[in-house]
Ligand binder design. Structure first.
Ligand code: CP
Length: 312
């Protein structure tokens, strides 16, 4: 089985069947991660490069590790020490990488649409690892995998996405992904961090945390994207925390078995209390592990040459 597309740029254009294929392929990949010898020869002879114009811990490292577990040759281009700093253009940087023979590039960029531009101008397969406030498809896929693993299904779940909706590519990709499974999606945050017309995406918007999380199965808490915010979007972090921080106390209106997700990195005491972040109810660390499995699944489906089985 193979993804019948050259690139993975977002979840908006991914079909439900393609989404299910990726989620299902991640299940055996997670088995590989759990082994003593975490290595299969499936992508031997393939080469991939990670190119991140924005900082990352989880996404970049897990893509690199996913490639290594599948035996691909994996290189990270460190943008901060590359010839980008000598003024080399994006176009020339990508061409230079392409002619070295890489099969796939994983790219993060602060400007929305950059991976789409690259995808149109290279023979390499492109995976979007986050473009501005647009999409972060692999984060949403790993969130969906984590939810499905715990709940057994995604179908019809009530999901609240809390915080900086305006600047969040994680929110957008989650909305696109979860909508394909009939989820009841609520978004909640300060009015200044709510995109105008967000309801057109098929979600309900709230300003009250209590109302938004009433009876929900899942709460996905967003990081305050200070790097993308103009100043003055809310009075202070303290006041934000008073209204929107999730803690064991503020969870009271959600279902007893509510799942708490956060893409990380977390701002403790701002979006989530330390007590909740470190509790068994929060799946933050499991999300990171599942991120490796999802990225292995994608690399396998995109570079595996149509092989039906993982080579063990
Ligand atoms: N969730 C996420 O994208 O984390 P990083 O920025 O550390 O990759």
């Amino acid at each position: 089985m193979k993804l019948d597309r050259k690139d993975l740029l977002g979840l908006r254009d991914l079909s439900r069947e393609e989404t299910e294929l990726i989620l299902n392929t991640a299940i055996p990949m997670k088995d590989v991660i759990g082994r003593d010898i975490k290595k299969v020869p499936t992508l031997r002879g393939k080469a991939m490069v990670t190119v991140f114009y924005e900082n990352s811990t989880r996404t970049r490292t897990s893509f690199e590790l996913a490639g290594k577990y599948l035996s691909a040759d994996t290189v990270n281009l460190s943008v901060s020490t590359s010839s980008v700093q000598k003024g080399e253009s994006l176009r020339d940087t990508i061409k230079t990488i392409e002619v070295m023979g890489f099969d796939l590039i994983v790219m993060r960029h602060a400007m929305s649409g950059t991976p789409h531009y690259v995808a149109r101008n290279t023979r390499m397969r492109v995976i979007n690892a986050g473009d501005g406030a647009n999409e972060h498809p692999t984060q949403a896929l790993l969130d969906m995998y984590t939810i499905k693993e715990k709940k057994g299904t995604l179908e019809g779940l009530k999901v609240a996405i809390v915080g900086d909706i305006l600047h969040s590519r994680v929110a957008r990709s989650n909305i696109y992904g979860l909508s394909k499974f009939g989820c009841d999606i609520r978004v909640v945050g300060p009015a200044t961090l709510m995109p105008p017309g967000v309801e057109k995406l098929g979600v309900k918007s709230y300003y009250s945390l209590d109302e938004a999380i009433d009876g929900v199965d899942v709460i996905n808490i967003l990081r305050i994207q200070r790097e993308r915010q103009a100043s003055g979007l809310f009075p202070s972090l303290d006041e934000y925390a008073q209204l929107y921080m999730l803690s064991p106390q503020t969870l009271a209106r959600a279902k007893d078995d509510v799942l708490v997700l956060h893409p990380g990195p977390i701002n403790r005491g701002v979006e989530i209390s330390s007590e909740l972040a470190d509790s068994t109810q929060a799946l933050i660390n499991e999300q990171v592990t599942n991120g490796v499995a999802i990225r292995m699944a994608l690399l396998f489906l995109m570079m595996g040459g149509g092989r039906d089985e993982i080579t063990y």
